[in-house]
Design a protein around this ligand. Sequence first.
Ligand SMILES: [Zn+2]
Length: 234
Amino acid sequence: MTPISPVYASIATPVSKLRWTPPKTVSKPADIDFSKDMPWVRDSVLTTALSEINDLTFSQEDIKYIENMGMQLPFKSGKECVDFIEKENIRLYFAKPFEKGVHAQYSFDRNAIMINKKYQNTKDFAVMLAIGEAILHEAGHAKDKDGQSSVQEELNFLGMNAVAHRAFIKKYGKVFSNSTAPIVADGVSIYERLFFDPDPDKKRLIARMKEKYGDLPSGDRLHPPSKIARAVLQ
Ligand SMILES: [Zn+2]
């Protein structure tokens, strides 16, 4: 065999080094080790989603805007939600939903948040953030311990989702704009636009709520209906 020439060797070295460099993904803060306190969370997508919501601060201005619309946020920060999940031993897992098109569900009987199986092993960072938002929402349902929902209850949690979504955009820029995954495009992105719609009557939000949640009562004991919730059922 021809011995390798010094010139080739000097070119070859960085190439072979390059080959062993792990592929770079979107830069994000180091994941938090949830396995100590939440041993059931081993999945790396769920760990990333939890880590991202744990670090998420909501804008006070955005919270006020949503509260002025008549909504109450179940958690005032992502960390408050993650602490609640840990304290209540809420399980998180991927599964096929009971109904087609559902992104996530909280099961009162199992005390578990289920995320649609089609997002398991996703490599899309926007989807991981959207899973984080879905966890925030479903943990809200876990908080009232009644296994029931109402238009006002959904409005409260979707309003929190809109605030969280804006916080992610503030942190990561246009991270969601290229994602076509339904959990992003037909989920978290829509509610941010609908809640922060400049229309003071929020007609588009009311129409969407009617379409998705029109079969629920306007409010319940823990979530008395706001003007918007009442308008959904008119
Ligand atoms: Zn809900």
